[in-house]
Design a protein around this ligand. Structure first.
Ligand code: DQA
Length: 146
């Protein structure tokens, strides 16, 4: 099984970006954790990050036929992008939404997630651990559906 771990805008800056909110873990560390975690469960992970909405949409389209699940932290596009939501709905690949921070405990404009409307579920508030939690959840879901 193969899972796409997709990160959106500004997440390339993890480690130095508002560490009080997002922690000190870098995206490279998260990606490596995801790869190792999936391997330990007999699965494979491909990691990708982009600051561009269209490139994220392209990556979701390209996942069709190659990945059975998507772990997505869409960053601020979470709260704005109907296009990303539509892309996920179009490919019909199960998606788990991840946020490092607990978006529900933050500003009002972070309370709405377009991604949640098409995701299997959302994991937020657990920092970098959320990504490996999401991989476990996706693999358990795929197992249940097979
Ligand atoms: C985030 C939360 C978003 O509101 C924010 O715009 C981000 C990061 C998170 O992981 O907590 O860029 O997705």
């Amino acid at each position: 099984r193969s899972i796409l771990v997709l990160n959106g805008p500004n997440l390339n800056l993890l480690g130095t970006r508002q560490p009080d909110v997002y922690g000190l873990v870098t995206l490279d560390m998260i990606d490596n954790d995801c790869i190792e975690h999936a391997k330990s469960q007999g699965a494979q992970v491909v990691c990708h990050q982009s600051n561009h909405e269209g490139a994220l949409i392209d990556a979701i389209h390209a996942a069709k036929g190659h990945h059975q699940g998507i772990v997505l932290n869409a960053g601020a596009y979470t709260h704005t992008s109907i296009a990303l939501m539509d892309a996920l709905a179009s490919v019909e690949i199960p998606c788990v939404e991840v946020h490092l921070s607990n978006i529900h405990a933050r500003e009002d404009f972070r309370q709405l997630s377009y991604i949640s409307k098409v995701a299997l579920g959302q994991i937020c508030g657990f920092g970098s651990m959320g990504y490996t939690m999401a991989i476990s959840a996706l693999l358990a879901h795929l197992e249940e559906c097979s």
